[in-house]
Design a protein around this ligand. Sequence first.
Ligand code: FAD
Length: 381
Amino acid sequence: MKSCDILILGGGLNGAALACALAAGPHSVVLVEPHPPGPAEDAWDPRIYAYSPGNVDWIKSLGGWDDQVRAEAVRQMRVWGDAGGRLTFDALDAGLSELAWIAENNRLQASLWRAIGRAGNVTTLAARAEAVTWNANGPHTLHLADGRAISARLLVAADGAHSWLRTQAGIGFKAEDYRHVGVVANFATEKPHRGIAFQWFRPDGVLAWLPLPGRRMSMVWSTPPEHAAQLQALAPEDLAARVAEAGLHTLGALACITPAAGFPLVRRRADTWVRPGLVLLGDAAHTVHPLAGQGVNLGFRDSRLLAEVLKNGGDPGEIGRLTAYAARRLEDVASMQFTTGGLKKLFARDDGLTRTARNWGMRLAGGFDPVNQALTRHAIL
Ligand SMILES: Cc1cc2nc3c(=O)[nH]c(=O)nc-3n(C[C@H](O)[C@H](O)[C@H](O)COP(=O)(O)OP(=O)(O)OC[C@H]3O[C@@H](n4cnc5c(N)ncnc54)[C@H](O)[C@@H]3O)c2cc1C
């Protein structure tokens, strides 16, 4: 293939979901990814995310959520402050069957790739991009490390937080180091979780337990780098004991089923998400603190809207509609970055007044139904 309408660079969750969504559309699509997903393994992926019901419905409608995805529904979420504050979100109260779904990154990615394969009209190339030739008046050309070159009317940068394509385009980004590392690990639990997700705002960061199928859960402990290094250095049984204690033994004794891994957490927003013939989406465009479980959800909403904007054909790289797309995505991303960054800062402050105010705020919000339901509604989109 020498040319196509749309070339998506990066076949992680966001790039793969976009390829699935575009498969039924009028444009020819190429997906370039150096590490396509392999066959499913029994071992649990340490990268486990919460997906909003709206996004899961969308992925299911694309055929991208098959029975190899191991998923658990979140029916209730309990959040504790660090001085008696407490919020409970319940799916039933909000008139929903679940608040979110929890599933592994690798199995969902593989499921999306199977859907792309079934669709048959997306060309997938297992290759790394090495250079790009920008053309002010027409298609840009991507040069692959294996010597091939492909011209596309629209290049989509879905190549992650350290986006190579964003750098090639000379697009800068604003970044704020949260001074947190997300330490993740999965555990077998003594007691059943009953579909409840738990989150504790603690003096040493934010600890979240997400329910997995069976008696298992996935932990994300967002915490300062020094503490993260200590957690990662613990022997598996010591880590399990420390995590069980931090979570007040809510699920009884724990046993590690995957080693701990750490991800430095940085908020980023690219200076622009669109240029003629170029769009940035997912982590290439923006990253957020994982305390609200919204990073990939924002990316899926990027892909949902972009596929919608492109579905009627025409030149996919035309700047007018790309600009309209970016303008419509800005509020969702900005409000999520503001909320997660604000909460992280609010709970990082150590003075007594702030501590009292934030815990009172949680109790008030929890007791006031419209606020509680408004918070739930944003999270389920
Ligand atoms: C601790 C932690 C917990 C999180 N929890 C949640 C959660 O609960 N819910 C949620 O919604 N989000 C969560 N997130 C965010 C989520 O992980 C990311 O938003 C999401 O994985 C980004 O997906 P992506 O497809 O944009 O990028 P990536 O997954 O990084 O994929 C990018 C792809 O591009 C490819 N690539 C890179 N360079 C090139 C190149 N030069 N040529 C070709 N291909 C290339 C890579 O191989 C990769 O496959 C969490 C993040 C962290 C760190």
